[in-house]
Design a protein around this ligand. Structure first.
Ligand SMILES: [Zn+2]
Length: 315
């Protein structure tokens, strides 16, 4: 089964994805964006969060949920250092001696780590072994219709340090000023999860684990998404720039085969997704579409999707 979520969230004064520091200025990630104004297309630079940043946060939640359900997570991933068995040094911690057959390497990694099972890995040695991530996440980008109102503005901050007598300014209190570029926007992003890929070999398409363990791993993957959205624990600089705002809309589709909700950067994404699902239904595919806008809260839509998946026997 396949789950796809469109998320809209309002974030005022956030520093969720910083890309570089030039002197005392730390810059927010920005991307070129095509918007329509007065019937003409133009490019604007808008604040954004990378998919990599969201994926990292998701995997941190996955570590916690997996451990909570008594599932295996390797030592690197437990520390939220997602090396993903990238070379012999990291792989040897899981299997030693390292097998020659790529299939055996994949089995050893998947068995010993839920994060690498769900999030994929690339063992870049001989033989190279690659496993695609069972989850996908887009960049978070401003909603098109209001993208022109998205801003990134530097905010001035000061850090104080008491200088001792050995420093050149004597006992004077020293202050350092620095700027943090903060973004403000209504963002949208898409998250997909292919439940059928969890615990299954990417090389042979055969299950690597028994059915019970696969189901528990699916549950961990869903719980991690729930927790990430519910807690808004994603992105950087949360300690002093926790975004003011929150999730405004969530649309979750659960289908038998891969299907992705229309991107929430478009205002009509819910209606379009519904129409597209109706066509699938006409082709004989069952689905669930849960939407949280206005009255319903995001957690209710997410729980509806999880209940449906449980009823369908996915976990
Ligand atoms: Zn791992």
């Amino acid at each position: 089964m396949f789950l796809s979520v469109g998320v809209r969230f309002e974030a005022n004064v956030e520093a969720l994805n910083m890309v570089e520091t030039a002197g005392n200025y730390s810059k927010h990630r920005r991307v070129p964006y095509l918007v329509e104004e007065d019937g003409r297309l133009k490019t604007v630079y808008v604040p954004a969060l990378s998919g990599e940043s969201l994926a990292h946060a998701y995997q941190e939640h996955l570590v916690r949920e997996a451990l909570g359900l008594g599932l295996p997570v390797c030592d690197d991933c437990r520390r939220d250092e997602f090396y993903k068995s990238m070379n012999k040094v990291h792989l040897k911690k899981k299997v030693n001696p390292i097998p020659d057959d790529p299939r055996d390497i994949e089995i050893a990694i998947v068995r010993s780590c839920v994060v690498e099972d769900v999030g994929g890995f690339l063992y870049a040695e001989k033989p190279p072994v690659r496993r695609s991530s069972a989850f996908q996440v887009s960049y978070a980008l401003p909603v098109k219709s209001v993208a022109l109102f998205a801003t990134s503005e530097p905010q001035l901050h000061a850090r104080h340090a008491q200088m001792d007598s050995s420093s050149k300014k004597g006992n004077a209190s020293e202050q350092m000023i620095y700027y943090v570029e903060t973004g403000t926007a209504l963002y949208g992003f898409t998250f997909n999860l292919d439940l059928d890929a969890i615990g299954v070999s990417a090389i042979t398409s055969e299950p690597i684990l028994d059915e019970d363990e696969i189901k528990t791993r699916r549950e961990a993957a869903l719980r991690a998404l729930f927790r990430m959205l519910s807690s808004a624990q994603f992105g950087a600089k949360l300690s002093r720039f926790f975004p003011v705002g929150g999730i405004t809309e969530v649309a979750v589709a659960v289908t038998e085969h891969p299907f992705v909700v229309t991107s929430p950067i478009y205002d009509d994404y819910i209606a379009r997704t519904e129409r597209r699902l109706k066509v699938l239904e006409g082709l004989g595919e069952n689905y669930l579409f849960a939407v949280a806008t206005g009255e319903k809260v995001p957690e209710e839509a997410l729980k509806e999707a999880m209940d449906y998946l449980r009823e369908q026997g996915a976990f």
